[in-house]
Design a binder for this molecule. Structure first.
Ligand SMILES: [Zn+2]
Length: 505
């Protein structure tokens, strides 16, 4: 056992950041998107009147019997496949016993030794380059039922505590990672990537405000000092209710643990795990109760439920339904369509419908770069503003592809293209009709020459700048040109001006 008794306060103080490794593992509770609870027919709808969605089964009345929700099992397997997990062919149910006011049965039905999903992994990367791409291993993912919700009147003595059992029995998948993350940034990237996958395969809405995705982090430090490796006691941080909160809580805990060790030293290994909460307002972690050991829960197999057997055919059918996974899709978009990581991420985060829309537009206009710009800007802005889905977008992918093809071919510039798009949306017409309506036509070369001459005559300062080598100054003339003739193409205009002034580039 390493103890700090051998390490002097001066040596502890001299430890640098390079000698400290942060070790983080996560436990993520995901509420599965089922209509009814895990073992009864009660609704899982959020935000209903308290205690209106309960029955004898989820409130644990004597004589009631649980029946497994098949959809919850299917969504768990779907998640497991998306996270590259081994799927158990045989899984069973265990009772996790503890007494708490919001748990009327006195136990939670969970999975102890035969989780539905075994070892798997999730690859993470960071577009800002804060860390190298890496693989985070998943230890397991098991299905369990949620408890109810207590709220306490903290106004003082005599205050009331209230219990809402609507959430009791809601299906949760608990995903446990190995302690593979080395920074708060990696943990945040893991959560973001996980959310992207789960929403993409429609397993959960991952709405953190409504508690559909809850995250606890286990964190400690390994410190190399005086030829020894010291580990600080593991702290479990609860209550990290947003990705930003998770990142800040973990960052804070790194500093807190290092400061505590430098100050107090003391025995480290074998120290019990502690539980802290994150106070987002005060931006500190606060010590809570001592962590129960697994034995405290007195787990035993649930005698009311039979084991679940899953066949290869069932697993294959679910795999088929998932299709291409988001991470793979993102890589394909970067490789085959030359999208930036950022653009590919934005697109994939919108779900399969938007990705398919983009692919169809890019194919029609044969210009991925233009297609991604228009989909990520024009189309997504409209969807956000109107809070609608891609299948409600007024312009189909053929129509958008047709418009962008005209821009690619040089018949339209992007500014005029946006006018055309507006007209298409306003009047439900195609690009050709919108172009006709707006009176857009090609500017012929004699028209262009006389327009250019007019601009050069009116702007002697710009001409002088260009002749001094500042060719970019010509950009100032585009706006003026458009006022005279809105049909003029900025690229063609500038090329013609350069030709007339006898400058290259
Ligand atoms: Zn019920």
């Amino acid at each position: 056992m390493n103890t700090n008794t051998q390490i002097s306060a001066a040596d502890r103080e001299a430890v640098t950041a390079a000698e400290v490794t942060t070790i983080i593992g996560l436990e993520v509770h995901v509420q599965l998107q089922t209509k009814s609870k895990l073992f009864c027919g009660c609704s899982t709808l959020f935000g209903q009147e308290p205690n209106t969605q309960t029955c004898p089964v989820c409130t644990g009345m004597p004589g009631s019997l649980p029946v497994l929700n098949k959809q919850a099992l299917k969504l768990s397997i779907k998640t497991g496949l998306a996270l590259n997990c081994e799927i158990a062919k045989h899984t069973k149910w265990d009772r996790k016993n503890y007494f708490y006011p919001d748990l009327p049965k006195g136990y939670q039905i969970s999975q102890l030794d035969q989780p539905i999903c075994g070892v798997g992994y999730l690859d993470i990367s960071d577009s800002d380059g804060a860390f190298e791409p890496k693989r985070v291993e998943i230890e397991r993912a098991h299905l369990e039922e949620d408890a109810g919700k207590s709220s306490h009147d903290e106004s003082g003595r005599g205050g009331k505590s209230k219990i809402d059992l609507n959430r009791t029995g809601t299906p949760l998948l608990e995903i446990v990672t190995r302690p593979d993350m080395r920074s708060a940034a990696e943990a945040k990237a893991f959560l973001q990537s996980l959310k992207m996958i789960l929403t993409y395969i429609e397993v959960s809405d991952c709405n953190m405000q409504e508690g559909s995705l809850r995250c606890d982090g286990n964190i400690n430090l390994h410190i190399n000092v005086g030829g020894q490796k010291i580990a600080t006691p593991i702290v479990e941080i609860k209550n990290m209710n947003s990705f930003r909160a998770a990142e800040r809580a973990l960052d804070y805990e790194v500093k807190r643990q290092l400061a505590e060790w430098k100050e107090t030293g003391g025995t480290i290994e074998g120290a019990p795990k502690r539980t802290f909460g994150w106070d987002d307002q005060a931006e500190v972690t606060i010590a809570q109760r001592e962590k129960e050991e697994a034995a405290d829960y007195r787990y035993f197999p649930d005698p009311d439920l039979i084991a679940v057997v899953t066949t290869d055919e069932q697993i294959d059918a679910i795999r088929e339904e998932i299709g291409t996974l988001p991470s793979r899709l993102r890589n394909d978009l970067v490789r085959e369509h030359q999208l930036s990581e950022y653009d590919a991420n934005v697109l994939v985060n919108q779900g399969r419908g938007v990705v398919d829309y983009f692919l169809s537009v890019a194919k029609t206009c044969d210009n991925s770069k233009l297609a991604i710009n228009w989909v990520n800007q024009e189309v997504l802005r409209h969807l956000n503003e109107t809070n609608s889905a891609i299948d409600q977008y007024p312009i189909g992918s053929d129509g958008m592809g047709d418009l962008l093809k005209r821009i690619t071919d040089g018949d339209l510039d992007q500014t005029r293209g946006k006018d055309v798009l507006s007209a298409m949306m306003e009047d439900s017409i195609d690009a050709a009709a919108a172009i006709e309506k707006l009176g857009i036509r090609q500017v012929d070369s004699s028209e262009l020459d006389s327009l250019c001459q007019q601009l050069l005559d009116a702007n002697p300062k710009v001409v002088a700048q260009v002749q001094e080598g500042k060719v970019k100054a010509l950009g100032a003339l585009v706006g003026q040109a458009r006022k005279i003739n809105p049909n003029v193409n900025p690229g063609t205009l500038q090329a013609n001006l350069r030709k007339m002034l006898g400058v290259d580039g």
